[in-house]
Design a protein around this ligand. Structure first.
Ligand code: NAI
Length: 454
């Protein structure tokens, strides 16, 4: 049993704290957000993450997990301190490490014994050294402190399972004591442990997320080609993904990547490269393709509806992916904004993210209590996030309530013929043409061509 503190009780900190408590450790999660801690202390979750609330409740009841807004008190007598605070994009595209700096200073001021500080936030290379230096400057007493890097790879929506069954655990440290402590801490997970130096660990995280961005933009580029030539990107994914060298994972054509991690991490890696005189051209292209993807979807919708002004659109899904309420850099929210800018009227629904989306979209859209409510009088229904509940839409209800007959499957969760059989025009991403292509008819080729992003 280890005595652990986790600084930052968001998606990563809360999951880390609850899972480490589940493994039998004593964990205090601290956060500067008093409302968040009050909520946790009253048994309510500040975020939506499947399985997390049960895990938190069980470990709180067992006395292994508690929460405190008093950061200094929470750090007292803890041997291992995880930093899991946010690192958003700074104005210059790098990662803003101000919260990491503040966490390091809090550790220094509260120092009451030897500590192993473990950075789980996604950070620029050399942040372990920065955290060490800040603790050294601020420390209240002279105890040995070692700072390790332990990047996190969990995915929102399956965060608990990802933490408990990781593909690998990266431990970045050159300190034998820290390595031994972390190996022991993670032993119950029976996962592959890769020990590297701190800088390499920090770079592994950025390189991993950037690679996922490449895969996503790559398949979106292929989808755009499919739209032009009348091929089906989903069959292409099966065709190329069954090659063991390629694999199907993260080859998902759609609206593009969003969320709080991949976009900012790929930007940060570009900036890191630039700071060292390297132009990261492949990464830049992935960002560029992604930036255009919402505009391309908008053009497809506009084509299908012969314009967007005053069209009624039911937008199903706002979270950046299913099973989360996170709307940070959500492409679905971006699509809502683009539809509004094009003059459409938008009614939205999401099973979990309505509250958070309201902070971004305000009263510019209407909020529906259910998808059935959202599609009322709509000219088109757009599936923007692939929540399970949108995978089985009741087309009899759609026919009865909608004014138009267009289904835009922006996450490719339906088969085109299935939607056509229900009497709707299907618009997917890279699913070939809606009509069989008559190659002799040049005007058809032109009218079916998705426009470039606005
Ligand atoms: P979040 O925004 O959900 O949570 C961060 C928490 O830290 C907030 O509750 C905030 O109030 C708190 N905080 C900020 N400054 C603090 C301080 N000085 N002392 C105590 N608490 C403080 O962020 P999230 O999503 O959990 O991300 C945390 C880090 O993990 C980021 O670097 C992110 O890039 C990385 N990451 C995130 C993943 C995700 O799926 N969300 C996955 C893997 C890594």
């Amino acid at each position: 049993m280890h005595r652990i503190a986790v600084i930052g009780s968001g998606y990563v900190g809360l999951v880390t704290g609850a899972c480490l408590a589940e493994l039998g450790n004593s964990v205090t999660c601290v956060d500067v957000d008093e409302a968040r801690i009050a909520r946790l202390n009253s048994g309510r979750m500040p975020i939506y993450e499947p399985g997390l609330s049960e895990l938190v409740e069980r470990n709180r009841a067992a006395g292994r997990l508690d929460f405190s807004a008093d950061v200094a008190a929470g750090l007292r007598q803890r041997e291992i301190i995880f930093i899991a605070v946010g690192t958003p994009t700074a104005e210059d595209g790098t990662l803003d490490v101000n919260a990491v700096r503040a966490a390091a200073a809090a550790i220094g001021r509260a120092l009451d014994g030897p500590k192993i500080v473990v950075n789980k936030s996604t950070v620029p290379v050399e942040t372990a050294g920065l955290v060490s230096a800040i603790i050294e400057e601020t420390k209240a007493a002279d105890f040995a402190v070692t700072v390790a890097s332990n990047p996190e790879f969990l995915r929102e929506g399956s965060a608990v399972a990802d933490f408990m069954k990781p593909d690998r655990i990266i431990i970045g440290t050159s300190d034998a004591r820290a390595e031994a402590a972390l190996r022991e801490l993670y032993k119950p997970l029976d996962a592959r442990i890769i020990v590297v130096d701190e800088r390499t660990a920090e770079l592994i995280k950025l390189a991993a997320n950037a690679f996922l961005a490449l895969k996503l933009s790559y398949i979106n580029e292929i989808a755009n080609i499919c739209d032009q030539i009348g091929a089906d990107v989903e069959s292409i994914v099966t065709g190329i993904g069954s090659d063991a060298r390629i694999g199907e994972s993260y080859l998902r054509a759609g609206l593009g990547f969003g969320g709080s991690c991949i976009p900012k991490d790929v930007r940060a890696l570009c900036e890191l490269a630039a700071a060292h005189g390297i132009s990261a051209r492949v990464l830049g292209a992935a960002i560029e393709v992604n930036r255009e993807q919402v505009g391309r979807a908008l053009a497809r919708i506009s084509d299908a509806l012969h314009g967007l002004r005053d069209r009624h659109i039911a937008l199903l899904g706002l979270a950046f992916k299913p099973d989360t309420d996170d709307v940070r850099e959500s492409q679905a929210v971006a699509l809502a904004g683009a539809l509004l800018a094009a003059g459409a009227r938008v009614r939205v629904h999401d099973p979990a993210a309505m509250e958070r989306a309201r902070a971004l979209l305000g009263d510019r859209v209407e909020y529906a209590a259910s998808w059935q409510d959202a599609v009322r009088s709509a000219d088109a229904a757009v599936v923007a996030t692939d929540w399970n509940e949108y995978k089985q839409l009741d087309f009899a209800v759609m026919r009865e309530r909608m004014r138009g007959r267009v289904v835009v499957d922006a996450r490719n969760i339906y088969e085109p013929h299935q939607i056509a059989a229900e009497g709707f025009t299907y618009v997917g991403i890279g699913r070939g043409r809606r009509e069989p292509l008559d190659t002799k008819d040049a005007s058809l080729v032109k009218s079916e061509t998705p426009r470039a992003s606005p």
